[in-house]
Design a protein around this ligand. Sequence first.
Ligand code: DGL
Length: 260
Amino acid sequence: MFDSGVGGLSVLREIRRELPAEDLLYVADSAFGPYGDKPNSLIQARAAAIVRWLERQRVKLIVVACNTATGVAIDGLRAGTDTPVVAIEPAIKPAARHTKSGVIGVLATAPTLASARFERLVSTHGTGVTVLEQPCPGLAEQIDKGELSSPLARSLVEEYVRPLIERGADTLVLGCTHYPFVASAIQAAAGPAVHLIDPAEAVAREVRRRLLALDLLAPTSRSGTERFWTSGAPGEVRAVTAQLWQRDVDVEHLPPESLV
Ligand code: DGL
């Protein structure tokens, strides 16, 4: 699985819970992330390079643990690999089902919100509700630094959440895998009555379904392992990964051929 940085660990956490026997390889593309302020061409090139590298590790399934990569690169990724791909995307459908006020807010990166895929998601599943789109520049960067409750992280959350609540949203979609790590700040800014939706659990269940259908589930008698790689500085990524994953980890540097 991969993400622009450590955000995808929120998906890794759910996959580990759902599938304790599987070996999980996690790539944080920290040298090139956050993707939220990058052009689509770079995100597409990076996602393709990481998928090629994962294929060389002979993985049986790839999880795109980044809404931004799904939004701008998923069609090309699927066309370029024979490996099954499960991709996270903003949970518009469950949010539209849940809202009572008829207004949902989507917190995501600007490229996710600008993608044709997101537009399709809203026109397919968001009919009859008002979908408020909120880009969150700078927030993923704070989380990649492990700054989950810094004054800056808190003020960004306030700034992005408050207008959604003022406009009547009673349901917020966490449309970026980094944001579950600041869910308590988002909840505090939104108020206790507002419901937050994170699709990571649904992604984990989908991974199980796909592996089961392909007869590729690992025997449950074994315990799965996790290995972590980054294109960025392994020491820095290691510290934040240990903080978010809540255990000591090794983070290896991606080999140079995966960095182009
Ligand atoms: N975690 C990523 C996502 O789900 C993106 C954050 C970023 O790289 O800007 O969209």
